[in-house]
Write a protein that binds this ligand. Structure first.
Ligand code: NAD
Length: 325
């Protein structure tokens, strides 16, 4: 199979690239290396079935040809991470919406039977109450204009609307994935991702910085499970034209996560709290709960996650230690 991955030098994309190479597929990655890194794909660069183009999805003149070549496309290229989203509110909208639309137009001019997986996000659900299971067909609660944090959700919702419209109007094989928090090696803490940030602080015995009161809850999916989900979704014809949550619903508070990272890393760090305003600037609006309804995911994949958070953190800490020493 021929697999095209936009944003393939990033965290999820680099794992997808290795996964498909290990299956004997040919993989073409395009990435502008804005948040992605060459070191993520370094082990693949000499592989005869791997092609890499450093290029921007908005302007790359090889897009039509690459789309024509592909049997499966993962569209992951996007401006991501809370820090970047707050600092670059216009580029979030412009890159994420125009990039996706350009890809859809290229696919429309190509072979419609190619499978396209578009990355969306759990952030489209907005701020929800405790114990509220987030299911794909529910109404969404976004507050545009209040804070540029929501520009990310708006951009991904626009991508969903574009993707679904192409799927419905032309019968193209497109699936929208609402990722909840995915974690694993190659993820950087630089742009606001909490787990790599905590691990780095713990291993350096620096203060572990929890933003706000630490009561905000998240559920973390190991990348190894995410890869299985994505591949099974792509293989299942019933995923065509669907929006699908991909995550777990084992929530943990960020305060408890900090303690878990500290203990697993046997760190001497203290855990300190930083007000949101100091971390993100004025008017930041936190999302307190994000618990996915996984009914559709289970129906499409028939797969239960194999890695719990304790095990994932142990592996990540070991991986980081081996890389540094
Ligand atoms: P990432 O930042 O590691 O990957 C995104 C990649 O896109 C980067 O390599 C970046 O350099 C590239 N990119 C950005 N703009 C580009 C452009 N204009 N042209 C070409 N490449 C460009 O982030 P990730 O965590 O791997 O996320 C992948 C996708 O999944 C993103 O679309 C993100 O919105 C979505 N997502 C991820 C999570 C998660 O938990 N990791 C959660 C929700 C949604």
């Amino acid at each position: 199979m021929h697999v095209l991955i936009t944003g393939g030098a990033g965290f999820i994309g680099s794992h997808l690239a290795s996964f498909h190479i290990s299956l004997g597929d040919k993989v073409h990655v395009i990435d502008n290396l804005s948040t992605g890194r060459m070191e993520n794909i370094l082990p693949l660069l000499d592989h005869p079935d791997f092609i890499f183009n450093e290029a921007d999805i908005l302007t790359w003149d090889g897009l039509e040809k690459a789309v024509w070549w592909a049997d499966r496309i993962y569209h992951l290229a996007a401006v991501v991470g809370v820090f970047r989203v707050l600092q670059e509110p216009i580029s979030v909208l412009a890159t994420n919406i125009a990039g996706c639309e350009r890809l859809l137009r290229a696919l429309h001019n190509s072979r419609w039977e190619t499978k396209l997986i578009i990355a969306s996000t759990s952030e489209v659900y907005g701020n929800r109450g405790e114990n509220e299971l987030l299911h794909e067909e529910m109404e969404l609660l976004i507050s545009p204009g209040i804070n540029s944090r929501w520009n990310y959700s708006i951009s991904k919702l626009a991508d969903e609307a574009f993707g679904l419209s192409y799927a419905r109007q032309y019968g193209m094989d497109i699936t929208l994935i609402r990722f909840f928090n995915v974690i694993g090696p190659n993820q950087t803490g630089k742009y606001g991702m909490v787990v790599p940030r905590f691990i780095k602080q713990a291993l350096n015995n620096e203060p572990i910085t929890v933003f706000g009161d630490g009561k905000q809850q998240r559920a973390f999916l190991d990348i190894r499970d995410a890869l299985v989900y994505l591949d099974r979704i792509a293989h299942n014809p019933q995923s065509k034209g669907e929006v699908v949550n991909v995550g777990t619903n084992h929530e943990i508070s960020i305060g408890k996560l900090a303690l878990m990272v500290k203990n697993t890393a046997k760190s001497l760090s203290e855990i300190i709290h930083i007000p949101y305003e100091e971390a993100y600037g004025k008017d930041f609006e936190e999302i307190y709960h994000r618990k996915p309804d996984l009914t559709k995911l289970m129906r499409l994949t028939d797969f239960q996650p194999q890695w719990d958070l304790e095990r994932t953190l142990e592996d990540l800490i070991m991986h980081k230690q081996q890389k540094e020493y």
